[in-house]
Design a protein around this ligand. Structure first.
Ligand code: AMP
Ligand code: GLY
Length: 425
C-alpha cells in the first residue's frame, strides 16, 4: 500500500522509520519531511497546513493511508479534509482534536466526567482573572487556552508574577489568540510521566511510558522547550499506577469523548503528574509526543500500519500492543540558543555510524539537504539521538556515547537526560 505521513520533525522521522518497517508498505511519502526522513520516504514539498494540496496529492498518487502527526493541522481539521475527499486518514477529526486544542475544553471534560486533574477556573476577561488572583494560593499555573507550541503555560510563584502572566497572555497576546481565554489552575507537585495510547473511538491501547525533559538546561533550568530528551519506560510508572490510570483516566477519557459526540480516533497523549494524592492529568495531547515517540516506537513490536488501520476501523479490541523488554533513551542535539535565537545551515557529520540493527538511531528534527547534497542543520532541535539498552542505565550511556559521534557547529545538548533513573537503583 501507499502511505503518506504529514509532518517534518523528529516525531515524524520516528513514525516514518517505523512505517517503513511494515511489509505492507510499498511506497512511503512524507510532506514536507526532512533530510533524515528522506532516507526512508520520498519527501513532498507541501506544508502541513496546505490541506488542498495535501488532499490533491493523496488523490493523484492514490494514497491508501495518510497519517497526520502534528497538532496544528489536526486541530484545524486535516483529517476531516481527507475524509471529505473519500480518503483514509489516521488522527482525530477536528471535533476530537479539541482535546488538545482547547485547555478549557479538556478541563471541563475532566470535571464533568470525574477524571482526576488539578482544580481550575476559566477566564475570558483579564479583569476577572486578575481579581481571582488576589485571593488565590501561590504558586499558581496560568495556561493559554489554545495551541502555543507547548509554551503557553506559566508557573507563577508570586502574585506579581501571576499578574504579569495575565498581562502577557491576555493583554499583550504573547501567544496571539491562544490567550483570549486562559485557565488558571492549582499548582501540583510530583513526577511527570508521558503515556501515549491508541484509541479507536471506543477502545484504547496503552503504549510504553516515557518521561520528557522540557527545560532547556541541565537541572531543569532555563526556558521551556519542545523537549530536550526522553527515556522509556519510566521506572516510576508502576503497575499500581497503571491500573489506577486505566480505570480512572484512560478508558474514561475515550468514553467521555464518545459521550460528547466527539469520538476520538488516533493517539491520545496523557501528560500525567504522579502526585501524593495519586495520578492527575496535566494535559492531553491529540497526537504522538515529540520526543517521546523517538523512544517509544523503537521499542514497539507491532506493525504500526495494522494499528493505524485498527484505530480507523474501530477494531482496536483485536490488537494487543507488544513492547520489547528493554529501555531507550533519546538525547536531543539542538542548536545553541534554542528555544530563542539560533543559527542554521551548519554541516552535520557522523551520521553514518548509526544502525538501527544495533539499537542506535539518529532521528532528524531540523535538517535539510543543501545545494551540494550535504545534510545541514535547519532548526532549533536538530537531531534526536536514541539508543536502546537492556536497562535504562545502559540505554543512557549508549545514547550519550552516540551523541558524541555527531558533530555540527553550535551543537548543544543537556547532559542530565535520564538522571532520575539513578533515584531508583
Ligand atoms: P502542559 O503544556 O499543560 O503540559 O504544561 C507544561 C508543563 O507545565 C508541564 O509539563 C508541567 O511541568 C507544568 N505544569 C502544567 N500544569 C501544572 C500544574 N497544574 N502544576 C504544576 N506544574 C504544571
Ligand atoms: N514532548 C511533549 C510534547 O510532545 O508535547
Amino acid at each position: 500500500m501507499k502511505v503518506l505521513i504529514v509532518g517534518g520533525g523528529g516525531r515524524e522521522h520516528a513514525i516514518a522509520w517505523k512505517a517503513a518497517k511494515s511489509p505492507r508498505v510499498d511506497k512511503l511519502y512524507c510532506a514536507p519531511g526532512n533530510a533524515g526522513i528522506a532516507q526512508v520516504a520520498e519527501c513532498v514539498d507541501i506544508g502541513v497546513m496546505d490541506f488542498d494540496r495535501l488532499v490533491d496529492f493523496a488523490k493523484r498518487e492514490q494514497i491508501d493511508l495518510t497519517v497526520v502527526a502534528p497538532d496544528d493541522p489536526l486541530a484545524a481539521g486535516a483529517v476531516d479534509a481527507f475524509e471529505a475527499a473519500g480518503l483514509r486518514a489516521f488522527g482525530p477529526r477536528k471535533n476530537a482534536a479539541v482535546l488538545e486544542g482547547s485547555k478549557a475544553f479538556s478541563k471541563d471534560l475532566m470535571k464533568k466526567y470525574g477524571i482526576p486533574t488539578a482544580a481550575y477556573e476559566t477566564f475570558d476577561s483579564a479583569q476577572e482573572a486578575l481579581s481571582y488572583l488576589e485571593t488565590a494560593d501561590m504558586p499558581i499555573v496560568l495556561k493559554a487556552d489554545g495551541l502555543a507550541l507547548g509554551k503557553g503555560v506559566l508557573i507563577c510563584n508570586t502574585l506579581e508574577e501571576a499578574r504579569a502572566g495575565v498581562q502577557a497572555l491576555m493583554l499583550d497576546k504573547q501567544f496571539g489568540a491562544a490567550g483570549n481565554r486562559i485557565v488558571i489552575e492549582e499548582f501540583m507537585t510530583g513526577r511527570e510521566v508521558s503515556v501515549l495510547s491508541f484509541a479507536d473511538g471506543k477502545n484504547i491501547r496503552i503504549m510504553a511510558s516515557a518521561q520528557d525533559h522540557k527545560r532547556a538546561k541541565d537541572g531543569d533550568r532555563g526556558l521551556n522547550t519542545g523537549g530536550m530528551g526522553t527515556f522509556s519506560p519510566s521506572p516510576f510508572y508502576t503497575e499500581e499506577i497503571d491500573a489506577f490510570c486505566r480505570e480512572h483516566i484512560y478508558q474514561p477519557t475515550v468514553d467521555a469523548m464518545r459521550a460528547e459526540g466527539r469520538e476520538f480516533k488516533g493517539v491520545i497523549f496523557f501528560g500525567l503528574m504522579l502526585t501524593e494524592k495519586g495520578p492527575r492529568v496535566l494535559e492531553y495531547n491529540a497526537r504522538f509526543g515529540d520526543p517521546e515517540t523517538q523512544v517509544v516506537l523503537p521499542r514497539m513490536k507491532n506493525d504500526i500500519i495494522d494499528v493505524f488501520e485498527a484505530c480507523i476501523d474501530g477494531a482496536l479490541d483485536q490488537v494487543e500492543l507488544e513492547f520489547e523488554d528493554n529501555a531507550a533513551v533519546c538525547v536531543v542535539l539542538a542548536s545553541d540558543g534554542y528555544p530563542e535565537h539560533y543559527e542554521k545551515g551548519y554541516k552535520i557529520s557522523g551520521l553514518e555510524k548509526f544502525s538501527d540493527e544495533d539499537g542506535y538511531y539518529a532521528f532528524h528534527a531540523g535538517s535539510r539537504l543543501d545545494e551540494e547534497g550535504n545534510i545541514v542543520t535547519n532548526g532549533g532541535r536538530v537531531l534526536g539521538i536514541t539508543a536502546k539498552g537492556v536497562s535504562l542505565k545502559e540505554a543512557r550511556s549508549n545514547a550519550y556515547k552516540a551523541a558524541e559521534w555527531v558533530e555540527f557547529a553550535n551543537k548543544y545538548m543537556r547532559h542530565d537526560i535520564g538522571k532520575a533513573i539513578d533515584e531508583v537503583s
